[in-house]
Design a protein around this ligand. Sequence first.
Ligand code: ATP
Length: 511
Amino acid sequence: MEQKEDKLKEVISHAKEYGFVFPSSEIYDGLAATYDYGQLGSELKNNIKSYWWKSMVQMHENIVGIDSAIFMHPTTWKASGHVDAFNDPLIDNKDSKKRYRADVLLEEHMEKMRLKIEKEVEKGVKRFGDDFDEHQFRATNPNVLRNAEKIKEIEDRMRTSLEANDLEGVYQLIMDCEIVCPVSGSRNWTEVRQFNLMFSTEIGSVSGDAATIYLRPETAQGIFVNFLNVQKSGRMKIPFGIAQIGKAFRNEIVARQFIFRMREFEQMEMQFFCRPGEEMKWYEYWKETRSKWHKALGLGDNQYRFHDHIKLAHYANAACDIEFNFPMGFKELEGIHSRTDFDLKQHELFSGKKLQYFDPELNQNYVPFVVETSVGLDRMFLAVLSASHKNEVLEDGSERTVLSIPPALAPYKAAVMPLTKKDGLPEKAREIIDGLKFDFLCQYDEKDSIGKRYRRQDAIGTPFSVTVDHETLENNTVTIRDRDTMEQVRVNIADLHRLIDDKVNMRTLLV
Ligand code: ATP
């Protein structure tokens, strides 16, 4: 556990040192749970956005993208259920004065029990070696069974209490599980209360006619209210999707995990409109498609897992998370929800406008069903950054820190370095950059020894370093060094573009 916390700390300080992520308004000691992306961070973030947008919009004939406003008519949030039900159950520890989400405390408690089961299985592997039958062991080992049963019981009680809004029941469950505050170690808890996560502000300059409006807590509603606009103007036929990337705001109760849980963050959401009754087919399709999208990054297939929701949101008939193995453990990266016709029907009800589709094949009007995929851009950023961050000991005993960011997402694609600052080498290096810069973001670097410059590029994840030396002036060849293998080969300048493109083009991820 401690090791994992250290890993997160290391990633945070690396992100700051190299210009990926800074605490927001740091000169005033920062603002809790808000962060600014620096010069390299915004490049990485843009590349992640582009990977998502291309895979959704460019690779699907029947998906289009929009960019709706953050402010929306306040009735939107009445209709969507956010005003009444976008709450988290919170609980305070009276000794440490720390605030927690009650459901998260319980989830973490269950996660510890799941780890106990895995330890038991590991012991079994050691004890029985090749003869070990994992399936049978899980089905019969008394310790495993006891823990699995306990987890099931906690899950059931938690779901029942949360669905019935029985906050006393949630409190009792926390007491029964003997959950202690990680900071004070005590069980001196307050009651559980509901807390609405929406930020509100006022629109209109004269206080008399000002109206309360909300900062959107999700981008999805901007898609729903534009369903007919897009369908009609784009002549879209069901099934079709509308995608959007944009800011969302939530007044999170607990915000302690860097960019994992922020109060201002960015979502990449897609609502897929389909025929009623076909939503489970599309739900499965999107689970699979989204899983492939993540795994194509090469961060390790075993770093992902699906987690089915035990408490379904008020709008969903099926929901799961794609979880990623963050430095803090497996946590939600993306949500895939079958939202039924809830949102469109609610907007029909509150707006008095019909939000229906005429299906020429069925010769019938209906309110489409919706499958949503919703991934946090900042969580994607943290997934890429933390999985790429490695401290390596090299053959010669020296060490390096490398960010093995998937090349298509890396901020700089190539660094071009003159061996010395004279003899025309800088000019030659700049000439090379001029040939590459239309397609690749390149960095010119002439300071310090080549070894130091390589380390610097490793630390910011640049896939290629190109060195210009005296031989370059004679025969137009350069050395190109691969970030991951650290191999250097001599190539013709004329071949550089192709060599770089082969590795960094987004195509490598999308096919
Ligand atoms: P959690 O259970 O972690 O609070 P959620 O289930 O409320 O998340 P959704 O409403 O499904 O999240 O939002 C979709 C996606 O938006 C999440 O999978 C996550 O990647 C991202 N997201 C949600 N809240 C935050 C946040 N506070 N900071 C950063 N990203 C977030």
